[in-house]
Design a protein around this ligand. Structure first.
Ligand code: GLV
Ligand code: MN
Ligand code: MN
Length: 409
């Protein structure tokens, strides 16, 4: 007997988690280590326990639930995250974790044991929207990021430190991570490609490189009416030039280079005061990691020149530096085969977004399954994926887990 996804059970869990941190008018805000994140975690742990999973929590607050196999050894892990950006949707991250729960429920319902254990994991702070860098929990789990440095990370808005926030919400655990035998992640595409092409499943070949940089410009406040233009030390104008430089550099390089200025703050932020300080962030991404070094260096040089010309100073902090990652070719092939076996059209494609999967790729066979995102929208409260696609993606995940973990049908 083959295990089948229950659409109702899966969608009920999507709706339940979607109510935690729900925003009026749609979408969710479950910023990492916030009260809403704690509520989501409490709900998830209760769901795992109800499914009979043994729950583990490590020192950075990653949660994983283990379903025993008939044999010992490392598990096949299904992972993603339940934190969101402040204006997030119901599916980014949540879908991967909830599909993991559904895989376990479907196997239990069909009375199917597997030779290898199965782990369902939710990693801390994948988004990086409150604490940089992103992929923090999976990075610590796999050893790419230093635990103590991450625990000491202050929130980008100054409100809270990772270690203290973990203590506050009760999720600083002591369990030791185990490297899985294989890692799988179902995720919404978060871009327009699958929908535009009418393709049902993406077999993800890898994840592009990410450079996040924060700039702080220091100038001098002065009166907006009385200070001649030539005598100003206007931090706001310098910040604007840095933002425009990021846009121009991306335009000159062309696709696949992208650039985003997501944070832009002026201080004191008053209509009639020349800003004395500006803070902005630049997110640069490219599928070719080496190709990211040059635009980053150019941006830093342009920032220094703009500050100097305006009598200001500029500091920068590297908030994230992730090289591109290539997923295991054999496992990517299995994703494509599993989709084809269910008569689902499939496209091999890179991921534009960062994912926990990229932290596992160097250490174990890793692959991701993408499903279409309506209108390519994500990191947006209107983020949506069709139920039919959600169920199809979860079914491909379940079939793959059965294959990899040795389902005894
Ligand atoms: C995480 O969602 C990222 O790609 O920024
Ligand atoms: Mn995500
Ligand atoms: Mn995201």
């Amino acid at each position: 007997m083959k295990a089948e996804i229950s659409p109702e059970r899966l969608m009920a869990r999507v709706a339940s988690l979607g109510r935690i941190g729900a925003l009026a008018g749609g979408g969710v805000c479950r910023l990492a280590l916030s009260d809403a994140d704690k509520a989501g975690r409490d709900w998830l742990v209760a769901e795992m326990e109800a499914l009979g999973l043994t729950v583990f929590i490590d020192a950075i607050g990653n949660i994983w639930g283990l379903r025993a196999g008939t044999g010992a050894g490392a598990p096949v892990m299904i992972g993603s995250h339940i934190d969101t950006v402040a204006t997030g949707g119901l599916y980014d991250g949540a879908l991967g974790v909830l599909a993991g729960l559904e895989v376990v429920a479907a196997l239990d319902g069909a009375g199917i044991e597997t030779a290898m254990p199965i782990a369902v994991a939710a990693f801390t702070n994948e988004e990086g929207a409150r604490f940089a860098p992103d992929m923090m929990g999976s990075g610590v789990y796999q050893g790419a990021l230093d635990l103590d440095t991450m625990l000491a990370t202050r929130a980008t808005d100054g409100g809270g430190v990772v270690g203290e926030e973990l203590d506050r919400i009760g999720y600083r655990g002591t369990d030791a991570p185990i490297t899985p035998a294989a890692y799988l992640e179902l995720h919404i595409e978060q871009g327009p490609v699958l929908e535009q092409e009418g393709t049902r499943i993406g077999a993800v070949t890898g994840v592009q490189g990410i450079h996040w940089t924060e700039f702080t410009v220091h100038g001098q406040s002065n009166h907006a009416g009385t200070t001649p233009m030539a005598l100003r030390r206007d931090a706001g104008q310098v910040a604007t030039r840095i933002a425009l430089a990021a846009d121009r550099i991306a335009a000159e390089l062309g696709p696949p280079q992208v650039a985003t200025v997501g944070v832009f703050e002026l201080s004191p932020g008053l209509i009639n005061v020349v800003p004395e300080q500006a803070r902005l962030t630049v997110d640069l991404r490219n599928t070719d990691g080496a190709a990211l070094d040059a635009p980053t260096a150019r941006l830093l040089a342009e920032a220094r020149a703009a500050a100097e010309a305006a009598g200001c100073t500029v500091e920068h902090r590297a908030l994230a530096r992730f090289a591109p990652v290539v997923f295991d070719e054999a496992l990517v092939g299995k994703v494509a085969q599993a989709a084809a076996a269910r008569q689902l059209s499939v496209k091999r494609m890179p991921s534009g977004a960062g994912h926990d999967a990229q932290m596992f790729a160097p250490d174990c066979p890793t692959a991701m399954i993408f499903i279409p995102s309506e209108k390519g929208l994500s990191h947006n409260v209107k983020e949506h994926s069709d139920k039919r696609d959600i169920v199809a993606g979860a079914q491909v995940l379940l079939d793959l887990v059965c294959d990899l973990a040795g389902a005894k049908t």
